[in-house]
Ligand binder design. Structure first.
Ligand SMILES: Cc1ncc(COP(=O)(O)O)c(C=O)c1O
Length: 419
């Protein structure tokens, strides 16, 4: 008889059941005041989220994609500019760049952190760009002006920001953090001229974008996002962009968007924000426990790497296996949920065929996208569940070793048999 109970990839129900009373109070308040869009509940959340991120401003918007688009536009990215980012991210990163009127260009990621490789950024700026007569940085590939870089803090771990900020300073680039997966992540800045110390995600670049999609470390009960910044003029511009370009009702300084946040979502986020540091702490404990279990297990998986300058919040716990697809089939049969974030790098997506990148252009992103698998990770995950997940990867490895040795397929039912 199987001892395995189903282990979901993500448990979104439990935290909402635990907080049900507080969350329903939010609905009552919105119903009684009929303040459904903007208003005090949004402003209260914005203030609390800015405090959490250690920034002076936070502006709540309708999604992470809008947050990134508005952050780029408000920071000065112009129609036709190039914005540099990574091919290993969710497509919303590049959608926001395109929607801001800019063109995404890519640099490869670091093989251990899966975030932008500062040396690749340096190579791009030094060798794949030129400076024109007027001092503008021009991409040799597109002939366009390069004005911004978007480091993505993927899986809840911040990119190595010191060298990125130094390069951005040297080349006059705007840095916008895609912090959509990194609420509460921290980075140790070792640059004395920027002040040695730990910095929160969202507080390091000119501005940053957060997503509160339900599955995020801080998730709404619907769509939501926010930008953070220490620049009051950027915050002001984002406030206008999210609200049809108006600072005063029916006086439209620019053409904007309908990118506002519902009061109910803001209220829900405010209730959950109180618990975010504890939930992030639980995620870090689970990651440490997975690390210990995997280090002692014969399962051939590459563990996540957390450099000494990083305190990640493990939005995802991502390992690598050369037999990733078969491992996922095995875990699925054993009742264990997994995911791939993300299986096809953006430069090879049909949506970006017009950018004319080719296989081999970003070897690290291509290699790891074929090997990564995200294991169950959420605050309420138990140590027993983690043991079951790792035991199953060991079982899979043993059976797959046999298969490799015999060089013939193992019947699926054998792969899937559980203890
Ligand atoms: C890295 C990254 N960027 C941007 C986004 C966009 O956020 P949203 O889905 O809230 O628009 C997401 C969300 O999935 C994301 O993971």
């Amino acid at each position: 008889m199987s001892l395995i109970t189903n282990i979901p990839f993500l448990d979104l129900a439990t935290p909402h059941v635990e907080l049900e009373q507080e969350l329903t109070t939010v609905f009552h308040r919105a119903l009684r005041t009929a303040g459904f869009i903007g208003g005090p509940m949004v402003e209260e959340f914005e203030k609390a989220f800015a405090d959490f991120c250690e920034t002076t401003h936070s502006v709540a918007v309708s999604s992470g994609t809008d947050a990134l688009r508005f952050a780029l536009m408000a920071s000065g990215v112009q129609q036709g500019d190039v914005v540099v980012t990574v091919p290993h991210t969710f497509i919303a990163t590049t959608e926001a760049i395109s929607q801001a009127g800019a063109l995404p260009e890519f640099v490869d990621i670091d093989e251990r952190t899966y975030n932008i490789d500062p040396e690749e950024l340096r190579d791009y700026l030094e060798n794949k760009c030129r400076v024109d007569e007027s001092g503008k940085l021009i991409s040799k590939r597109s002939g366009r002006v390069v004005t911004a870089v978007v480091p993505v803090h993927l899986y809840g771990q911040m990119a190595d920001m010191d060298p990125i900020l130094a390069l951005a300073e040297q080349y006059g680039l705007i840095v916008i953090e895609d912090a959509c997966q990194a609420h509460g992540a921290e980075y140790l800045s070792r640059e004395l001229n920027r002040g040695y110390g730990w910095r929160k995600a969202g507080s390091v670049g000119r501005a940053a974008a957060f997503s509160f999609y339900p599955g995020k470390n801080l998730g709404a009960c619907g769509e939501a996002g926010a930008i953070t910044t220490n620049d009051g003029s950027i915050a002001e511009k984002v406030r206008m962009l999210r609200d049809h370009g108006q600072a005063k009702k029916y006086c439209h300084d620019v053409e904007g968007y309908n990118g506002r946040l519902d009061a109910i979502q803001a209220g829900i986020l405010h209730v959950k924000l109180v618990h975010l540091a504890r939930w992030n702490g639980q995620r870090r404990e689970h990651a440490a426990h997975y690390n210990r279990l995997l280090a002692n297990a014969d399962c051939g998986l590459v563990q996540p790497h957390e450099p000494s300058w990083s305190r990640g919040v493990y939005h995802l716990y991502v390992v690598r296996s050369e037999d990733r697809d078969e491992l996922m089939v095995h875990l699925k049969k054993a009742g264990i949920g997994t995911g791939i974030h993300y299986p096809v790098p953006l430069h090879l997506q049909k949506a970006y065929a017009s950018l004319k990148y080719h296989p081999g252009d970003f070897p690290v992103a291509e290699k790891i996208s074929a090997e990564i698998v995200s294991l169950p990770m959420f605050p309420q995950l138990t140590a027993e569940q983690q043991t079951q997940v790792v035991d199953e990867t060991v079982r899979f490895n043993q059976m797959f070793a046999v298969k490799r040795a015999l060089n013939q397929p193992v019947p699926l039912e054998m792969i899937a048999r559980t203890a």
